[in-house]
Ligand binder design. Structure first.
Ligand SMILES: *Cc1c(COP(=O)(O)O)cnc(C)c1O
Length: 401
């Protein structure tokens, strides 16, 4: 199929989105959080408020807990804080670490650094392991750090490093750790849960922090924390210096016959999350994310972009980071925004050098053509000449399943 044909198709699809009002303020949001929220989720969040001390709220809360258990394939409860993902990370830090706790922190980007910084504030003694941004964390590197530091009781990992689009294989990393006296594994799953497989109980994660506005397809405002049995044992033995983020206090109210929240929960967001969980629990959802990521990556490369993550094994199913070798990345970002498509730039050191586009949400073939067609138009005359048959490349990857 010719490029011209695909461009016409692209315009048609863009027009359809505009007519359906799916472009928010004429913008198609492709930032890695917040992600576009479906009409079902928006409407659920607009329901009439209910009180948070009563049977109706308890039923809503229980339903969410059941769905989260299915999503994580893990038992026990998930604490839900009115906070963003950073609050959930902070709650792990203050409940598990304090002055003198030896913590191994593995970071491959901005968010790994943030988890480290939050934890260091508790007075913990940090042992830092840094992996080059754009590269995945190799299990042997973590295992070596753990063996070299037998006094470390906590290990910090990031499942999906949103700043670079690296998807770390937490299952493989944890499986490679020494079995005796293994540190408690605390994982940042803020941008992975919902869009990528994460089964903390089976994998051996002890504390998992996540949030509503990325893979969970809900508006921003909820920070969630799941703990293993070993994790709950550890926090119950410590005195948490935070009142609001004390996990044990939350668990007590959650485990009542009619679960409650110790403080006023953002009830509207609970309604929205409950509706959004149905979408991420649908059959084939995770496979669809991976498939969209592969198709998008193939199209990007044919357009002449370079993917930051070289090893396909570590490419995120939810967000892709890329740049143009001509050095025109910033200009392409500007052009793309001018077309009504909102990507994100880089973060930290990579600020002006990267473009990031998310596909956590319901991205299928139409959305892939929208993003790639938009990028083709945004390339500028010179760089456009160097682009190949990107729609064919993307479509072949899409069809390959
Ligand atoms: C977005 C993100 C965070 C921070 O979440 P906020 O909700 O913005 O506080 C932390 N870690 C990762 C991996 C993220 O993607």
């Amino acid at each position: 199929m010719s490029k011209k044909y695909f461009l016409r198709l692209y315009n048609l699809i863009l027009g359809t989105y505009l007519r359906k009002g799916m472009l928010f303020l004429n913008k198609y949001l492709m930032t890695p959080g917040p992600v576009p929220v479906s009409t079902e989720v928006s409407l659920a969040g607009a329901r009439a408020l209910i009180g948070h001390r009563g049977r109706e709220f308890s039923a809503l809360f229980s339903g969410i807990e059941t769905k989260l258990s299915r999503l994580l394939r893990s038992g026990g409860c998930t604490v839900i804080f009115p906070s963003s993902g950073t609050g959930a990370l902070e709650s792990l830090a203050v409940n598990f670490t304090g002055p003198g706790t030896k913590v191994i922190s593995v970071s491959c980007g901005v968010f790994g650094d943030r988890f480290r910084e939050i934890t260091a504030l508790t007075g913990a003694e940090m042992i830092n392991v840094d992996v080059t941004p754009g590269e995945g964390v190799q299990p042997a590197v973590v295992a070596d750090a753990v063996k070299a530091n037998p006094g470390a009781s906590v290990l910090l990992l990031t499942q999906n490093e949103t700043a670079t689009g690296v998807f770390n294989r937490l299952d493989e990393i944890i499986a490679a750790l020494p079995k005796d006296n293994r540190p408690l594994v605390l994982a940042d799953g803020v941008s992975s849960i919902g869009a990528m497989p994460c089964f903390p109980e089976a994998w051996g994660i002890d504390g998992l922090a996540f949030a509503s506005q990325k893979g969970l397809l809900t508006p921003p405002g909820l920070g969630l924390v799941w703990l293993s049995k070993r994790g709950w044992d550890a926090v119950s033995k410590r005195k948490c210096p935070s009142y609001y983020f004390d996990l044990s206090r939350q668990k007590k109210d959650l485990e009542r016959e009619a679960p409650e929240n110790p403080y006023t929960p953002p009830v509207s967001l609970y309604f929205a999350l409950d509706a959004a969980l149905d979408a991420v629990l649908a059959d084939g959802w995770l496979e669809l994310r991976a498939r969209a990521a592969r198709a998008f990556a193939a199209g990007l490369e044919a357009l002449g972009f370079t993917l930051l993550v070289k090893d396909a094994k570590f490419r995120s199913p939810g967000v892709t980071a890329f740049y143009h070798p001509s050095g025109a990345t910033k200009e392409i970002e500007k052009n793309l925004k001018g077309l009504g498509i909102e990507p994100a730039g880089g973060q930290g050191e990579l600020k002006d050098r990267l473009l990031r586009i998310s596909h956590y949400h319901d991205v299928r073939w139409p959305e892939i053509t929208l993003a790639l067609g938009g990028l083709y138009a945004a390339l500028g005359d010179e760089n456009r000449k160097g682009s190949g048959d990107f729609m064919r490349a993307a479509f072949e990857a899409w069809e390959a399943k």
